[in-house]
Design a binder for this molecule. Structure first.
Ligand SMILES: Nc1ncnc2c1ncn2[C@@H]1O[C@H](COP(=O)(O)OP(=O)(O)OP(=O)(O)O)[C@@H](O)[C@H]1O
Ligand code: SF4
Ligand SMILES: [Mg+2]
Length: 325
């Protein structure tokens, strides 16, 4: 149950394994966190580390293998189909590639109206009310009303993503999983969409789980940041703390790779050498050990635990925990 009235989402020991020919693929392996109402938790990590699977498992678009998810104190994983349908109004998702997630045969108006019909907020005969609501949402996301009857292929990437956002907002949700919402867009348009999302968050009091592999984006949007490596949570901290004092060797390597705007300053980039551990049957021990410059034999032999090293700053690293690095 939610202990804190500001807390909107609580995820406890969430796991999602996929059965693959070689064994069990540990896509999400024991992730725990909370998000307060109106805040943004940024999730970063390399491609394939389980970011999307985690976002989907929270919404039960992938059924979790185990763990707990509480939304406003409600046990999400125990909900039956009808309860889940109700909860869909409050918990939504925005995808990376709006073109892939939009039906090419649906107009802007039809795409935005679809969730209203699926959720039976309106029936098909309520044409005037549907159009009024669609226009309202289009205004909210900065889509000109003249585009109401256009098709996705007639629009640029930025406008298509505005439709993706409009669809997610149609049901007045409280929480949105934003899965790389700007990664497929031109850099010039990314800022516009990020600004729009920030404005919507303020205006509507939205809570975001913001997934990205782009650290400069995550820094800009997040209150807290969770760093994932091969399905596991390696570090979580308030955004400012994480950037100022990253503790986990993987986070340090990630941050060292961010380009510095001043070309005269040294980059101090930490290169990650070594092979990647397989997420299939990974066993105990630190999954970063093969690439970690601080690795010792024990790192691969012990079960890793998450500890709170400083208030609000959580790390999964044996040697940080022992004060050795
Ligand atoms: N349906 C599935 N069946 C089997 N394995 C899957 C499935 N979906 C994802 N995976 C695997 O789970 C792991 C995590 O994938 P996921 O897509 O969640 O990563 P990601 O961090 O979102 O990556 P990206 O940054 O590329 O989007 C990967 O090894 C992926 O191959
Ligand atoms: S536990 Fe060991 S191998 Fe893993 S990050 Fe820490 S020092 Fe590196
Ligand atoms: Mg992904």
């Amino acid at each position: 149950m939610a202990k804190n009235t500001a807390e909107i989402l609580r995820v406890n020991h969430l796991k999602k394994y996929f059965s693959v020919p070689a064994g069990m693929l540990h896509a999400v392996d024991d992730i725990s966190f909370t998000i307060d109402n109106g805040k943004t938790l940024g999730v970063v990590g390399e491609s394939g580390c389980g970011k999307s699977t985690m976002g989907r498992a929270i919404l039960r678009l992938h059924e979790p293998t185990s763990g707990e998810v509480y939304f406003q104190g409600k046990d999400v994983l125990s909900l039956e189909k009808q309860g889940m349908k109700q909860l869909r109004r409050d918990m939504q998702i925005i995808f990376q590639d709006p073109y892939a997630s939009l039906n090419p045969r649906m107009t802007v108006s039809e795409a935005i109206a679809a969730p209203l019909l699926v959720q039976k907020i309106y029936s098909r005969k309520d044409k005037a009310q549907i159009e009024k609501r669609v226009r309202e949402i289009m205004n909210l996301v900065g889509l000109a009303n003249r585009l109401i009857n256009t098709y996705p292929h007639e629009l640029d990437g930025g406008r298509r993503q505005r439709i993706g956002i409009a669809r997610a907002l149609a049901l007045n949700p409280k929480f949105i999983v934003c899965d790389e919402p700007v990664s497929a867009l031109d850099v010039s348009i990314q800022a516009q969409i990020l600004n729009l999302m920030a404005d919507l968050q303020d205006e509507l009091g939205l809570t975001y789980l913001f997934i990205t592999h782009d650290l400069s984006v995550v820094k800009y949007v997040s209150d807290d940041i969770l760093v994932m490596y091969l399905g596991q949570m390696v570090e979580k901290a308030p955004s400012e703390k994480l950037f100022k004092k990253p503790m986990h060797p993987y986070t340090q390597a990630l941050l060292s790779a961010i380009p510095i705007p001043d070309p005269d300053l040294p980059m101090n980039r930490i290169t990650m050498k070594g092979e990647l551990t397989s997420p299939v049957n990974p066993g105990i021990g630190c999954r970063f050990a093969k690439r970690c410059p601080f690795a010792k034999d024990e790192c691969s032999q012990q079960e890793m635990v998450l500890t709170e090293e400083e208030p609000g700053h959580f790390v999964t690293c044996l040697r940080v925990q022992r004060g050795e690095i």
